[in-house]
Design a protein around this ligand. Structure first.
Ligand code: FMN
Length: 326
């Protein structure tokens, strides 16, 4: 169990916000496999207030994913406070402010990781968002802009002073983007210097790494992003290892059923062809590391005809099942 403010979670595993990937469907799968807390992908506060259909769709929450967090991005305290109220009304149980996104399209304003360069603005934003709703408030940061400006302890101190109850840290700088290894030692340092709940993030891809991050850094919980792509059952595997149970390993038949279910739901939610186009990256991730998956991936990427897609999925995974049994 993990407590963040007034929210009690069943365990300390979290799904990271991944723009364009961790939509409602993916979050529900993560929850079904035991993930303690899922967050929406980043939602731009300005777009929320303009009421764009695609942005508002990101605030659709499913009863099965509760308790769910909504992550907001932006650089205007008042607009972010308004967006926070909308997130609260949409049913979020916890809020997160994005202070880690390295993307040029986000940091060209003062949003995302650019916020870390302006501690005063960070304070104003947290104060306004905190006042706007009764929800527990958290922030997601990086180490800082670059190696010469690693101000994560300063930002943590501000957040704690303004009433944040949790901090998630991706242990890289903005300039690192995704290069090199995440610097877990900095997560340990953060944990030693704050009384907020500390969630470590960066490079956890299996149950052993989740265990290692918890042990090496003393952090309260682990957030997983890329490691869960195509493997929503990773949470079940980590919990299995924690409980000393047999670790769950999906068979090709099991993965096939997961893909078919995901595809069906994607079509139901987004329609044709968007539902298929959005599935293409998931097809690739679900089949990653399986024999001859490069051919499967290449062939399925260009097709929009549903019956042809079904045929390819059945053919590929049924052949794997037969090869495995032989
Ligand atoms: C495609 C992609 C999209 C992402 N979108 C977001 C986002 O919307 N909000 C956010 O805070 N971080 C976002 N991130 C960063 C992740 O949440 C996470 O911090 C990072 O991937 C490191 O964790 P990992 O090694 O477990 O993937 C994104 C990362 C990727 C690769």
């Amino acid at each position: 169990m993990l407590k963040i403010g007034n929210l009690t979670l069943e365990n300390n595993l979290m799904l990271a916000p991944l723009a364009g990937i961790t939509d409602m469907i993916f979050r529900v799968y993560a929850k079904r496999y035991g993930c303690g807390l899922v967050f929406s992908e980043m939602i731009n506060s300005n777009s929320v207030l303009h009421g764009g259909v695609k942005t508002l769709r990101k605030m659709d929450l499913h009863p099965e994913e509760q308790p769910v967090g909504i992550q907001l991005a932006g650089d205007d305290p008042h607009i972010m406070a308004d967006a926070a109220r909308m997130a609260y009304n949409a049913g979020a149980k916890i809020l997160n402010i994005n202070m880690g996104c390295p993307s040029q399209s986000v940091t060209k304003t003062k949003a995302g990781c650019a916020l870390m360069n302006d501690p005063l603005l960070v304070q104003k934003i947290i104060r306004a968002v905190h006042k706007a709703t009764p929800l527990p408030l958290t922030i997601k940061i990086r180490l800082g802009w670059d190696d010469l400006h690693m101000n994560y302890l300063e930002i943590a101190k501000i957040a704690e002073g303004e009433g944040c109850v949790g901090i998630i840290m991706h242990a890289r700088t903005k300039v690192d983007r995704f290069r090199g290894e995440a610097r877990w030692a900095k997560i340990k340092k953060l944990k030693e210097n704050t009384s907020m709940v500390v969630i470590g993030n960066g490079d956890v891809t299996d149950a052993f790494k989740a265990k290692a991050m918890l042990e090496e850094t003393g952090c309260d919980g682990v957030m997983i992003g890329r490691g869960a792509q195509g493997r929503p059952w990773l949470f079940k595997q980590i919990l299995g290892m924690q409980n000393k149970e047999n670790v769950f390993e999906p068979t090709p038949h099991y993965i096939k059923n997961q893909i078919l279910n995901h595809l069906e739901w994607s079509l139901e939610r987004y329609g044709h062809p968007e539902g298929i186009i959005l599935m293409r990256k998931h097809f690739a991730w679900y089949s990653q590391g399986l024999p001859h998956s490069n051919v499967f991936r290449k062939n399925i990427q260009t097709i929009l005809d549903l019956s042809q897609i079904h045929e390819m999925i059945h053919q590929y995974f049924d052949t794997l099942e037969v090869t495995k049994a032989a």
